[in-house]
Design a protein around this ligand. Structure first.
Ligand SMILES: [Zn+2]
Length: 338
């Protein structure tokens, strides 16, 4: 009960990539790089176990970016043909690669990483993949023409990947869908259908991470304009609750999401974000416990998984380590009091 987990990513050690930076490039290459990634993942697994995190991840130490780490291995994408795109409904503009033909996955993308990680730990293992809608909001389309068609094509590829990872011993497959709190009509019309296509036939636990993004400047500016209460999830939680996904993550630490909205997910496990992805402060365990208790007004303890708000990639290594410890300690305080 109150098993702890993290959204997925953790900071890279400074010998692997430049710290506190999104899109930081690797410091090594080839076989040296592969061994360094393995060492970084093994260290984070040990940190998570020592802290007392119940469902652990590789900290995404094998990829630079949560979407492109997957897309780099997909055919049908022209990486030289850059298109300017206003990502997340024009929150920021980026030059993105372009889909120019039918997408396909010639071979498994993350299987070697999963096999390595599975060997390192006896804990339940989570693996994260980008969600189909978020992929389509991170890459330009010059082939499918309708975003929903491209999303379905990616969902099929993701499903093959997810099945292979589950067969290799992953206990929880999580799809990251930050685009889900931007395009509400699309989420209801095809976003959830694409997500369900991606999890089709999976017998492991399935999860979706939706969020208000990393604590980068563009996101912080956007969050200021969202009003005193972030009620955006009210638009999609009923549809998510009716979907086949098992778990939904919600950022609850230092956020303005009214916790009463968690009541709309009464048939789901809820990953309650109880530490924020802030670079300068580690929450005290009592603070984590208070967030978990507040969420328990709307989610029974059996369905509640204390978690991080979002990926911790851009924050200092030591701060992320402190947050892991506080998260587990805070959950233990509540568990012991029940
Ligand atoms: Zn996130």
């Amino acid at each position: 009960m109150l098993d702890t987990t993290i959204v997925g990513s953790l900071p890279k050690p400074e010998w692997l990539a430049e710290p506190e930076k999104l899109w930081a490039s690797w410091r090594l290459q080839g076989e040296e790089l592969r061994r360094a990634q393995q060492r970084a993942a093994a260290e984070w697994l040990e940190h998570q176990e020592k802290a007392g995190i119940d469902i652990v991840t590789d900290g995404e130490q094998f990829r630079i970016h949560f979407v492109h780490g997957f897309l780099e291995h997909i055919q049908g994408i022209d990486w030289e043909k850059k298109t300017a795109m206003g990502i997340r409904d024009n929150r920021y503009t980026v030059q993105v690669p372009t889909v120019t033909g039918p997408v396909s996955r010639p071979r498994p993308v993350h299987l070697d990483e999963v096999r390595f990680t599975r060997d390192q730990t006896d804990r339940r293992l989570k693996f994260t993949l980008p969600g189909p809608m978020t992929i389509c909001d991170t890459i330009a389309d010059a082939y499918y023409l309708r975003r929903s068609d491209m999303a379905m094509a990616f969902a099929e590829i993701l499903n093959h990947e997810a099945r292979e990872l589950a067969a290799a011993g992953v206990d929880v497959i999580q799809f990251d869908e930050p685009a889900f709190n931007v395009f509400f009509d699309d989420v209801r019309q095809w976003g959830i259908a694409a997500l369900e296509r991606a999890i089709e036939g999976l017998t492991c636990t399935t999860a979706v991470h939706i969020c208000y993004g990393y604590g980068i400047e563009e996101n912080l500016r956007w969050k200021k304009n969202l009003g005193n209460e972030w009620r955006q999830y009210e638009e999609i939680f009923p549809a998510l609750n009716a979907s086949r996904i098992d778990q939904v993550s919600v950022e609850c630490a230092e956020s303005r999401v009214p916790l009463s909205l968690l009541g709309l997910l009464k048939d789901k496990d809820v990953m309650v974000g109880a530490v924020a992805v802030t670079p300068d402060r580690v929450e005290a365990p009592e603070e984590v416990a208070a967030t978990v208790r507040a969420a328990m007004q709307y989610v029974d303890a059996q369905r509640l998984y204390p978690c991080t708000n979002c990926g911790m990639t851009p924050i200092p290594y030591g701060i992320a380590l402190g947050k892991l410890n506080s998260l587990a300690a805070g959950a233990a305080i509540v568990r012991n009091s029940l």
